[in-house]
Design a protein around this ligand. Sequence first.
Ligand code: SF4
Length: 284
Amino acid sequence: MSKVKIVLAEKAGFCFGVRRAINTATNAVRQSHNDSVCSLGPLIHNPQVIQRLEAEGLATISSLDEINKGALLIPSHGAAPTIVTEAKEKHLEVIDATCPFVLKAQRIAADMAGQGYSVVILGDRGHPEVEAVLACAGNEALTVKNAADCLQLACNRKYALLAQTTQRLSILQEIAAALTARAPETRVFNTICEATEVRQHHAGMLATECDLMIIIGGFNSANTNRLVDICQEKTKTLHVETAEGIARKDIEGAACIGVSAGASTPDWIINDVLQKIEKLAGEQ
Ligand code: SF4
């Protein structure tokens, strides 16, 4: 029997918003009577889950130009309000799988912009969630990545600061302090979702106890990449999408291996990875 300790983080894998988006998509496909159901961009950021959904009949498109009838599914990351308007003008059925926590950030952004605040979003420019929030946040909205970015901002404006749901609280707090020191008024909204925070907390704790962390999730998944960042600061960390990503040399010498997974990683992939680690550890 292997002497290697393998520990799965207390909270890992699917969150409420991802589960909800998958159920919405599955029901939409089942009820579509052979009409097309198209997700605008990947429904969630996990390629293996998307492959399964596509096998069931969900299509993924990158632009509204690719669809003229059927249903448009708004992914868990949300979409700009203009997309929904345009889809309705094309007489598409719009099925909204946007996570409620993302919708909340969109509402705050729109509300603050309406009240004359310049909206500042801690987030990754180009990520669909951030782009959708920016689209709600008025002309002056912008993104920052760290407190140093705030030095570029005008110091005579009032700011509303919010965060992509997958960001780290410590960085939001640093930016909040920098903006508060710089501007006459700063309102801070912690829009980081609890599922993200909880997964980050448990992965970070586990990383302090293990000499190797294996993080499972889409390479395109922001919340998974954040888990990798956090664990890398504490111990050796490997990011894989599936069990195939792990080889014996990766776990050689590790006495305690911690495992965590992003919020869009399904149980079947987590179980595959755990079995592979156990098998490789048993061969050592
Ligand atoms: S990580 Fe949070 S914001 Fe993103 S889908 Fe899950 S519950 Fe929603």
